[in-house]
Design a protein around this ligand. Structure first.
Ligand SMILES: [Zn+2]
Length: 420
């Protein structure tokens, strides 16, 4: 998308391809640390950062985005995503990450954690090294002068130190016992910020300790842990659960399992795939009631097939068939999703019965707090990065701003309100 071609607002102006927006107007805002001057207001941006509130009557300096009538939120963050738009993190190519960066802004995502799948040591290392180079090269959203897309915020390793009993769609051929030496090599290769592992597996204790010492968030998942084992892992510092309900021991009233530990303990954040396929809406509602808005992390767990026609794809070298919005291995096991974060939010709001005023943290603040980056993103705060998502009354994405630069603007909105 060539942003310099867009014309928006009451007065047509050319969006700069270099530099950022001077600000934007909106009707409602959630996630702001200080309240805007009611009833109408504008938010200024400067040097890619959030500036201050102005009353709308004050003259905004062009270029500004006029989305009055819409709702402004902190930009969405996806902490668990393998691919989209035909690109996959495991491709270990800039092109694949670019496809993701470009696609994700259409769905309100301003930052994501490039998530590996369980694969060979070489393939995992290649994916980590590539993501690290991509971040360093300041491509797509990381560069003030380059095109604006969703930023890669770090790397999330999903496996390979998982439970062979709960592989889900992770390739069981590559699941292996925890290895400090392999983990150290991955840490040295790039900014690994999260690792999903099974805490009950041999060697996991030492690996958890090493990860926490390196500032990596440890995430419980693909696990056969009992309630007691999962609770011990939380005591040891595990602070998040990967796709809660899926690929973990369930909640039985005498054996509460990893799920019981996740739902009942405030020390752990819960990721949720809110596509209505992985988890029943009633179970989403229960999760919301147990974890609350700031401990519920909506994720996509999307694979390269997201945003692509249905058909045959591949994940972790296993064939995946995408049909009727579900991704499955040949044996019927669910294999990631084609979910997007905006759809996840709408599905979760419907399932939980939460309005946006209550649900908004599940796509941004929860993630930022869980990852310890909430000074930089996840809140609309002066001096924070101007990563913003604009929604209409149906929680559909109207615009996405990354680092103060317009990365996406919906055509129908432009046609309705634009005069360009
Ligand atoms: Zn996954």
């Amino acid at each position: 998308m060539k942003i310099s071609d867009n014309e928006v607002g009451r007065e047509a102006f050319e969006l700069p391809s270099i530099g950022g927006l001077a600000g934007l107007t909106a009707r409602t805002v959630f996630g702001a640390v200080t309240a805007p001057p009611a009833p109408s207001f504008a938010l200024t941006c400067r040097d890619g950062l959030i500036g201050s509130w102005q009353s709308e009557s004050e003259r905004m300096v062009a270029p500004f985005l006029d989305v009055s009538g819409c709702t402004l939120l902190p930009g969405f963050i996806d902490v668990h995503i393998h691919g989209s738009a035909g690109g996959d993190v495991m491709d270990a190519s800039f092109e694949s990450l670019e496809k993701m960066s470009r696609f994700l802004v259409r769905h309100g995502v301003t930052g994501f954690y490039a998530t590996t799948v369980t694969a060979s040591r070489q393939a995992t290392l290649a994916a980590v090294e590539n993501a690290a180079r991509y971040m360093e090269a300041s491509r797509w959203g990381n560069d003030e002068n380059g095109p604006a897309g969703a930023r890669v915020l770090g790397i999330h390793l999903e496996g390979p130190f998982l439970s062979p009993e709960f592989p889900g769609a992770q390739n069981p051929a590559f699941i292996r016992p925890a290895s400090l030496e392999e983990f150290e090599e991955l840490l040295a290769a790039g900014p690994v910020r999260m690792i999903t592992l099974a805490p009950e597996e041999p060697g996991a204790d030492a690996l958890i300790e090493m990860a926490l010492g390196a500032g990596v968030r440890v995430v419980l998942g693909h696990t056969a842990a009992t309630f007691e084992e999962a609770t011990a892992a939380i005591d040891a510092g595990v602070s998040q659960a990967t796709h809660t309900y899926n690929a973990m021991t369930g909640l039985h009233h005498r054996r509460p399992g990893a799920l019981g530990a996740t739902l009942g303990d405030d020390r752990i954040h819960a990721q949720l795939i809110a596509d209505g396929i992985h988890v029943h809406p009633a179970a989403m509602r229960i999760l919301g009631r147990c974890k609350g808005p700031t401990r519920t992390l909506l994720i996509s767990d999307a694979i390269g097939a997201a945003g692509m026609p249905e058909g045959r794809y591949e994940m972790g070298r296993l064939p995946v068939i995408v049909r009727d919005g579900a991704c499955r291995l040949e044996d019927g096991t669910l294999a990631g999703s084609v979910l997007t974060m905006d759809a996840a939010l709408r599905n979760f709001m419907a399932a939980a019965g939460w309005p946006l005023v209550q649900a908004w943290p599940t796509t941004s603040l929860s993630q930022a707090q869980a990852l310890g980056i909430d000074r930089e993103v996840g809140r609309i705060r002066k001096g924070a990065r101007a990563d913003l998502t604009v929604l209409d009354g149906e929680a559909q994405v109207v615009a996405t701003v990354v680092g103060g630069r317009l990365a996406y603007l919906r055509d129908s909105w432009r046609l309705r309100d634009g005069d360009g």
